[in-house]
Design a protein around this ligand. Structure first.
Ligand SMILES: Cc1cc2nc3c(=O)[nH]c(=O)nc-3n(C[C@H](O)[C@H](O)[C@H](O)COP(=O)(O)OP(=O)(O)OC[C@H]3O[C@@H](n4cnc5c(N)ncnc54)[C@H](O)[C@@H]3O)c2cc1C
Length: 237
């Protein structure tokens, strides 16, 4: 978790959902083989109105160009940021329920939207999170999700799916498949016949298996994989 100071009395003001792009703050640091700055998008996990700080949750890739840089920084160092990079513009009550199928650090946009729903008492959208990880230790923001589901069980539920579960693990295991999705989405009736939206965010292999590879950042392209099998329509994903 990387926490950045914002000038006193200011907040990020980013829209939900959105990301921002980061690069090294010192010229010449963290550049690619053409000498150009390495620029990577990240999804802040602090709500847009939180004053004085902005937090990023970043997975460390060994050999990753930007993550090696940021994990090498010390407290007090800075990073250059630009944003927002708008994603799905969240509107309260646009859908009866939503589902998130995410993996690893792909959970950050889901957390942004869940926080926005939670913070708005008028927003009655129900939400299910299916969060896949390799091991139990890999589950990011676990306490935050569990607290949310415990506080508002009629509005939020969380299913952690593990590839390598510890002995005694009671949740689903292996890769997320149609059985896991169908079972998890039952509680809030997040079915293809209802007014729903399913958000998928994770490593390319997972995204491909759940909904097919996206055509571009803004276009789902043809819907295939698990969600097509379950009869969801492209517009619902
Ligand atoms: C909209 C958006 C939001 C995002 N939000 C987040 C977030 O909130 N948190 C988060 O952690 N990530 C997020 N990401 C991912 C993030 O932008 C970066 O892709 C990620 O941090 C890796 O960047 P990197 O420069 O360290 O790795 P890269 O250098 O891009 O490498 C990625 C992987 O490929 C491997 N690799 C690199 N070069 C080679 C090579 N030549 N051959 C084989 N393998 C290689 C690296 O070891 C690493 O495993 C987001 C991405 C998008 C598009």
């Amino acid at each position: 978790r990387f926490v950045f100071d914002l000038p006193e009395g200011t907040s990020s003001g980013l829209t939900v959902a959105s990301a921002l792009v980061c690069k090294a703050s010192k010229e010449g640091e963290c550049v690619n083989d053409k000498g150009k700055p390495v620029i990577r998008p990240y999804t802040p996990v602090t709500a847009p109105d939180v004053e004085g700080k902005l937090e990023l949750l970043i997975k460390h890739y060994k050999g990753g160009a930007f993550t090696e840089h940021i994990f090498g920084l010390k407290a007090g160092d800075s990073v250059a940021m630009k944003g927002p990079i708008p994603k799905h513009p969240w509107k309260a009550n646009e859908f009866e329920s939503v589902g998130f199928i995410v993996g690893g650090s792909g959970v950050t946009p889901a957390w942004q939207i869940l926080q926005a729903i939670d913070a708005n008492p008028q927003d009655k959208t129900k939400a299910t999170l299916i969060f896949a990880n390799v091991t139990e230790e890999d589950i990011l923001l676990r306490k935050e999700f569990e607290d949310l589901a415990a506080r508002k069980p009629e509005q939020f539920q969380v299913h952690f799916v593990l590839d390598k579960p510890p002995s005694g693990w009671k949740g689903p295991t292996g890769y997320v498949n149609s059985e896991v999705v169908k079972e998890a989405f039952k509680k809030f009736n997040t079915t293809p016949e209802s007014n729903v939206k399913i958000f998928v965010c994770g490593p390319p292999g997972q995204v491909k298996a759940i909904c097919g590879p996206k055509k571009s950042m803004k276009d789902q392209g043809e819907l295939t994989g698990t969600l097509a099998e379950l009869q969801y329509k492209k517009e619902q994903v």
